[in-house]
Write a protein that binds this ligand. Structure first.
Ligand code: PLP
Length: 455
């Protein structure tokens, strides 16, 4: 077994007993789905904001207030942009109010039109930013190994209306950048990357942020580095950066003249200060995320039918997402069943990015959805588990414990789920108490093999 590279402090016994309800669960009705107390007293979120450097942040806010420079290219904004550019080793960073606006600004600045090819397996904002600019997002499949845009499929989707390809470095995995650049060059297309999951990740030991024509990052509260709300475009192209700066500020040029239509895409000084303080804690957050990944691997690794995707350790990663896959035949329950049961236990796992952009009502139009077999298969089995500074090894042990309990009692649970009326898939309604049998394999069965005892 791989030894953790980083250690973080264990929660005290008192904080454990506050965060976890009584164990063991031995009967069906002990599961929260059927009325038992949820395993976690408070909800565990995917992407609970990492709140760091509180004192420093308050000092920086105080400085902003004293300066009176709350927005419009002030020193905090400049500092944040410089820090991001330095970290990513890219010439220009243009910070924005969020990544959705950053994507729109870059589409506008590069004068994209017609169609842009993107993966369907992404957050809807990737598609929305284009659609909002009157551009048609054309949905490509992803490759079944990297889960990033499938380059062969991209090539087959290029039409006379295509003006760009936009890859997404999903869950921090870089796209096949060189192949995409080759195709973009051959067809004279722009190449962009939605790098919202990939701050601090590398490709061939070079930070993502300076590939293609430009890359876009998010500093939303749920991202591991956050500014509350925020985004940025990074690029090595000076002219593009200048145009982005104009466009994010109503089109105002340095001479104060408005030569083109712009919008207000600025990041405030408060957000910039928050982003900068968050950035100063990046190593600490990444090492905690890595430690969580190692803990998840330890508890989930031995469970049949559920496996974790592990980022390549040959590259630098932010370990921001814990990505698990469920094989229903081996696990005994489907991903949606596990998702529902975990959510009832207050472990708020997510099914990113179900059902895929190509199946969103907003993009269905008149025709049936296109078939994207790899995307659809991934979306049937993916489960994102909570991580970040609010998650520790004890919480991860409990999640592992619940998963082992579920798979060991899968046939009973399945039957009980089929008997329980009124379920919308994935959305816990009111809990229906049923008298269930004692389950053959209680959680307590596993306790002596657990590194952390639950009491
Ligand atoms: C892949 C991806 N693209 C775009 C966005 C939009 O970012 P923002 O919330 O900063 O607009 C997100 C946000 O979660 C995302 O995950």
């Amino acid at each position: 077994m791989e030894a953790p590279l980083f250690h973080h402090s264990q929660p005290s016994v008192e904080s454990r007993s506050r965060s976890v309800n009584t164990y063991p669960k031995t009967e069906l009705r002990d599961l929260a789905r059927w009325g038992g107390p949820p395993a976690f007293v408070n909800p565990l979120h995917v992407g609970r904001p990492n709140v760091v450097g509180r004192e420093a942040l308050l000092r920086r806010f105080q400085g902003v207030l004293e300066s009176g420079w709350l927005s419009n290219d002030g020193p905090e904004l400049r500092r944040f942009e410089e820090e991001v550019a330095r970290r990513l080793d890219v010439r220009h960073c243009v910070a924005t109010c969020n990544a959705t606006i950053a994507l729109q600004l870059v589409a506008r600045a590069l004068e994209l039109s017609g169609e842009v090819i993107i993966p369907s397996l992404t957050f809807p904002a990737t598609a929305h930013a284009l659609a909002w600019q009157g551009i048609t997002p054309v949905f490509a499949d992803v490759s079944s190994d990297s889960w990033t845009i499938d380059v062969e499929h991209v090539e087959s989707l290029i039409s006379h209306r295509t003006t760009a390809i936009m890859g997404v470095h999903l869950f921090g995995t870089p796209c096949r950048i060189e192949r995409l650049q080759e195709i973009a060059n051959r067809y004279r297309l722009r190449l962009l990357f939605d790098a919202c999951h990939a701050f601090g990740c590398t490709h061939n030991e070079r930070y993502l942020g300076s590939f293609g024509d430009a890359e876009v990052f998010s500093f939303h509260a749920t991202k591991f580095i956050n500014a509350g709300e925020g985004g940025a475009v990074t690029t090595n192209n000076f002219d593009l950066a200048q145009r982005l700066r104009r466009l994010r500020n109503f089109g105002f040029d340095l001479d104060g003249e408005v030569h083109e239509v712009g919008l207000n895409g600025k990041m405030s000084a408060f957000a910039a200060a928050a982003g900068s303080v968050s950035l100063a804690h990046m190593e600490e957050i990444v090492s905690h995320n890595y430690s969580n990944l190692v803990d998840y691997q330890r508890v989930i690794g031995p469970i049949p039918g559920i496996c974790m995707r592990r980022p390549s350790l040959a590259e630098t990663n932010n370990f921001q997402y814990i990505v698990a896959e469920i094989d229903p035949l081996r696990f005994g329950l489907t991903r949606d069943e596990v998702f529902l049961l975990l959510r009832c236990e207050n472990c708020l796992a997510r099914r990113y990015f179900f059902p895929g952009c190509h199946r969103l009502p907003a993009y269905l139009g008149a025709s049936p959805p296109v078939s994207l077999p790899s995307t659809d298969a991934i979306l049937d089995r993916v489960l994102i588990l909570p991580t970040g500074l609010s998650i520790d090894s004890h919480a991860i042990s409990v999640i592992g414990d619940l998963l082992r309990f579920m798979t060991a009692n899968a046939s009973f649970i399945r039957e009980a789920l089929s008997l329980t009326p009124g379920d919308a898939p994935g959305i816990p309604r009111e809990f229906v108490r049923i008298e269930g049998p004692a389950l053959p394999v209680p959680v307590s069965h596993y306790l002596d093999t657990m590194p952390v005892h639950l009491s």
